[in-house]
Design a binder for this molecule. Structure first.
Ligand SMILES: *[C@@H]1O[C@H](CO)[C@@H](O)[C@H](O)[C@H]1NC(C)=O
Length: 217
């Protein structure tokens, strides 16, 4: 009997610990509105005094307008993370509005800390992501208004408006601070530059091609 009990206990422990490792820990209080001025450094932001918290700490009106897509890629990501809404601190969620002009591209990027759930509100959008080495399988799909697609945690992904009118999408992200690493900017636009020798070898091309890309980014 004791042996059955202890194996059962072990099973429970294994299940509990695998759940704990698979997700972020749950909040330990109703909210922890980010106090951006706090001197104490923690993982995330320190909490504002709860009695000073206001409705505006949970509010954002910055998605009312279409994002300005007059740029090299023809798309604009308007984020709603803990940076814009302090009330998101510790809650493990954020979102973005993404606007695209015809042909507009949200270029290949990764989110350092989040899985993304992407919903098309207007237009026709081609999406894709690439799996890890060694397969590097490219998984792609054309989405229409109302369609939803998942970009798994930390995988390289992109979206492109393939329609001839503007497109609009909403992304939800499983972190209050998802992080964005745009591949081209990180690789060719770092400050200071990564040595062109390194990138020429990595991309199996000439220093000239790399320097041209570094100039653009
Ligand atoms: C959109 O961005 C472009 C390029 O930065 C700028 O010239 C233009 O004035 C902006 N348009 C609006 C409506 O803000």
């Amino acid at each position: 009997m004791a042996r059955v009990c202890s194996s059962f206990l072990l099973l429970v422990l294994v299940l509990v610990s695998s759940v704990a490792m698979a997700t972020e820990p749950s909040p330990l209080q109703d909210f922890c509105v980010a106090d951006k001025n706090a001197q104490v450094l923690v993982n995330g932001f320190a909490c504002k005094n709860p009695s000073l918290v206001q409705a505006d700490d949970f509010y954002f009106d910055g998605l009312r307008m279409r994002g300005n897509t007059s740029n090299a890629v023809g798309s604009k990501v308007s984020l709603v993370t803990v940076e814009q809404v302090p009330g998101l601190n510790t809650l493990g969620i954020s979102m973005a509005r993404v606007d695209y002009e015809p042909g507009g591209l949200n270029p290949p990027h990764v989110h350092s800390r989040a899985t993304e759930l992407f919903t098309v509100l207007e237009g026709t959008i081609e999406v894709g992501f690439v799996t890890s080495n060694p397969e590097n399988r490219f998984i792609t799909k054309v989405l229409h208004k109302g369609d939803v697609f998942v970009f798994p945690f930390r995988l390289v992904h992109f979206q492109r408006n393939i329609g001839n009118v503007n497109a609009l999408a909403i992304s939800t992200l499983s972190s209050q601070n998802p992080g964005i690493v745009t591949i081209a900017n990180a690789v060719f636009g770092s400050k200071p530059d990564i040595s062109s020798d390194i990138l020429a070898k990595a991309f199996q091309t000439s220093n000239e091609v790399i320097e041209n890309l570094q100039f653009k980014f």
